[in-house]
Ligand binder design. Structure first.
Ligand SMILES: CC(C)(COP(=O)(O)OP(=O)(O)OC[C@H]1O[C@@H](n2cnc3c(N)ncnc32)[C@H](O)[C@@H]1OP(=O)(O)O)[C@@H](O)C(=O)NCCC(=O)NCCS
Ligand SMILES: CC(=O)OP(=O)(O)O
Length: 334
C-alpha cells in the first residue's frame, strides 16, 4: 500500500468531522462528495444552503451525507460571537466585531474547530495562506509547549531514489517568512515529528539547508543556519540533524560524503528544512512541477487543533488528501 493509501486507510478507520469553508469553490464541492464516498471524513460545508445546492446540482455532485451551515443564518452566531470576543478580549474585540468577523467562513470554521463542533478544517483553495492562517493562529492558537507554528509538505517523488522510498518532508514552505535560528530549530523538530506521524518515515534525518556546506561560504545568512543546527542538536537530544548543507550535500550520498565527510546525515536526509520562506516555497513548487512530485500540504505543525492549508493551485484529489491527513491529526489529538 502506498503512503496515500495508508493515510486514507487510517482516516477511514475513524472518520472525523472536517469543515470545508470554501463552498464557492467547485473543487471543494467535488472533494466533499469524494471524501464522503470514500468514507474518509464527515464533511460540513459553509455557505448559503441554496447556493451550495445549486452549485452541486450544476456540477452533478451529490450532497448526500454532507452538512451545510450558513454563518449568515445559523442560530449559533450569538454564542460563537460571545466566545470569540472572549478569546480576543485582550485585543479589545467586542461581540459585534466578532459577529462581523464570523461572517467570514474561515473565522467561522476556525471557531467550529475551537469549540469542538468540527475536528479539523481544510481551506486555501481560493484563499491565500495568510488568510487561512490568521483565524487559526488567533482562535485555535499553538499546542502546549510550542511557540512557532510552521508547516510542512509531504513530498512523494516519482521514483524511490531519495528520502524513504521517495517520500520526503519539506519545511517550512508556507508560514514563517524569515524564521530566526531558534524558530528554524523548532521547525526542524516539528518536521521530524511530522515525518514520523504523517509520512511514516521511520528514521527522520533532518538537513538544515543553506547555500553553504559546513562552512564552505561565509555570510550572515549561513551563520543563521549554523546557529539553528547547533540549537537543534543541543535542545532535541533525540533529533538526528546536521547542517548546514547545500541541497546536493543533503540528499546525494556521494556529494554528502565529499562535501561533509564524517556527517551521519549528509547525503541521506529525508527531512529538508529551508532557511526561509522564499527558498521553501519556491523549492517545493519546483520539485512538484519540474520533477512531478506529489506535494501534499501545507500541513500545519504546532497548532492546538488540526487546520490545514491548500495551494490555490490544488486539485480535487489534493483537497481529499489533505483532508485525510487532517482526520489522522484529529484522531491523534483525542
Ligand atoms: C502567518 C502569518 C499570516 C501571520 O501574519 P501576522 O501578520 O503575524 O498576523 P497577525 O499579526 O495578525 O498574527 C495573528 C496571531 O498569530 C500569531 N502568530 C503569527 N505567526 C505565528 C507563528 N508562526 N506561530 C505562532 N503564532 C503566530 C501572532 O502572534 C498573532 O497572535 P495574537 O493576535 O493572538 O497576538 C504571516 O506570517 C504570513 O502571511 N506568512 C506567510 C504566508 C504566505 O504567504 N505563505 C506563502 C504561500 S503558502
Ligand atoms: C502553499 C502555497 O504556496 O499556497 P498558494 O499557492 O495558494 O500561495
Amino acid at each position: 500500500m502506498n503512503l496515500l493509501d495508508q493515510i486514507k486507510a487510517r482516516a477511514k478507520a475513524n472518520p472525523q468531522t472536517i469543515v470545508l469553508p470554501e463552498s464557492e469553490d467547485e473543487r471543494t464541492i467535488k472533494a466533499a462528495e469524494a471524501i464522503i464516498k470514500e468514507g474518509i471524513a464527515k464533511v460540513t460545508l459553509l455557505g448559503n444552503v441554496d447556493t451550495v445546492k445549486t452549485s452541486a446540482a450544476s456540477l452533478g455532485v451529490s450532497l448526500d451525507g454532507i452538512g451545510i451551515v450558513d454563518p449568515a443564518t445559523t442560530d449559533k452566531m450569538t454564542e460563537y460571537a460571545e466566545k470569540l470576543a472572549e478569546i480576543r478580549k485582550s485585543k479589545g474585540m467586542t461581540a459585534d466585531e466578532a459577529k462581523a468577523l464570523l461572517l467570514n467562513p474561515l473565522y467561522f470554521g476556525a471557531m467550529m474547530v475551537k469549540l469542538g463542533e468540527a475536528d479539523g478544517m481544510v481551506a486555501g483553495a481560493i484563499n491565500t495562506t495568510g488568510d487561512v492562517l490568521r483565524p487559526a493562529l488567533q482562535i485555535i492558537k499553538t499546542s502546549p509547549g510550542i511557540s512557532t507554528v510552521s508547516s510542512c509538505f509531504v513530498m512523494i517523488m516519482p521514483t524511490a531514489e531519495y528520502g524513504q522510498e521517495g517520500v520526503m518532508i519539506f519545511a517550512d514552505c508556507a508560514v514563517n517568512p524569515n524564521p530566526n535560528a531558534e524558530q528554524m530549530a523548532e521547525i526542524a523538530y516539528a518536521s521530524a515529528q511530522s515525518a514520523k506521524s504523517i509520512a511514516n518515515i521511520t528514521e527522520p534525518k533532518v538537513g538544515m539547508l543553506s547555500f553553504s556546506t559546513k562552512g564552505s561560504a561565509k555570510h550572515e545568512l549561513v551563520s543563521k543556519v549554523q546557529e539553528a543546527t547547533k540549537i537543534a542538536k543541543e535542545r532535541y537530544a533525540d533529533l538526528v540533524v546536521d547542517g548546514e548543507f547545500q541541497a546536493d550535500a543533503a540528499i546525494v550520498a556521494k556529494v554528502g560524503a565529499s562535501k561533509a565527510p564524517g556527517s551521519e546525515v549528509a547525503g541521506k536526509c529525508n527531512v529538508l528544512v529551508f532557511p526561509d520562506l522564499q527558498a521553501g516555497n519556491i523549492g517545493y513548487k519546483l520539485v512538484q512541477r519540474l520533477a512531478g512530485a506529489e506535494a501534499i500540504g501545507p500541513v500545519l505543525q504546532g497548532i492546538a487543533k488540526p487546520v490545514n492549508d491548500l495551494s490555490r493551485g490544488c486539485s480535487v484529489e489534493d483537497i481529499v488528501n489533505v483532508t485525510a491527513i487532517t482526520v489522522c491529526q484529529a484522531q491523534a489529538t483525542k
